[in-house]
Design a binder for this molecule. Structure first.
Ligand SMILES: Cc1cc2nc3c(=O)[nH]c(=O)nc-3n(C[C@H](O)[C@H](O)[C@H](O)COP(=O)(O)O)c2cc1C
Length: 208
């Protein structure tokens, strides 16, 4: 079992940040986040999440028009913004990711509703793994869903564009959609609001 100090870092003292210290986040740390988060479980080991780490002002400027106004300062000032997205063609990688059951690829290929549900559910989980991994590595997070997903998808994932000949740098197949974004960096504790309460065990859980 982890000790109290580790549990504080991951959960009890971990907060959602909107203000950031002037301390950069290296590409190496971003790779280390992925190398931890990738081990989190997903259904059929589908690994549908795709992540775009925006870590230059130029890259972040492309995100700005999609942000709701209240989310602009906290996002533009963050050292890194991760777009947590999902690949609607994730099942094409199942022969590699789930080799003991070759029928799984076809089960998804013929079921678009199941594909969407699976992609959204599991990329959300993977986004949570990303946040826990980031916290474990000493970073702070600021998750955000207040943005225009369609604008992000068009700008970064070529959604709605002609696929052929479209020069799309991240996921050229055009099947990737945004889920939520997560600002990453070293948070400024002095700018935190008091923490809001959580539900008690009796309010949120039952023992059957
Ligand atoms: C998926 C998700 C979307 C969120 N979207 C926004 C947002 O659009 N704008 C914002 O200011 N905070 C957003 N938040 C932050 C939450 O309000 C915050 O995590 C929650 O109040 C808990 O705060 P704490 O971690 O400091 O206790 C979002 C959080 C999550 C997990």
């Amino acid at each position: 079992m982890l000790n109290d100090e580790a549990l504080d870092v991951l959960f009890r003292e971990a907060r959602t940040y909107a203000a950031w210290l002037d301390k950069p986040v290296s590409d190496d740390v971003l790779r280390r986040i992925y190398e931890l988060m990738k081990w989190g479980p997903t259904s059929a080991n589908s690994n549908p999440a795709r992540v775009v780490f925006l870590r230059t002002l130029r890259a972040k400027e492309r995100l700005r028009p999609a942000l709701s106004p209240g989310n602009v300062p906290k996002t533009m000032s963050a050292p890194v913004t991760a777009i947590v997205a999902f690949d609607l063609c994730f099942y094409e990688k199942l022969p590699k990711l789930f080799p003991h059951n070759p029928a799984m690829r076809d089960a998804f290929a013929n079921a678009p509703q199941l594909v969407e549900t699976t992609a959204k559910r599991n990329s959300s989980l993977q986004g949570a793994y990303l946040m826990i991994a980031a916290r474990a590595l000493g970073l702070d997070c600021g998750p955000i869903s207040g943005f225009d997903n369609a604008k992000v998808d068009e700008e970064f994932f070529s959604a709605g564009k002609e696929r052929e000949g479209f020069d799309q740098e991240f996921f050229p197949e055009g099947n990737v959609r945004s889920n939520f974004i997560c600002n990453l960096g070293y948070g400024d504790r002095s700018k935190l609001f008091p923490r809001s309460p959580r539900l008690k065990f009796e309010e949120a859980c039952t023992l059957l």
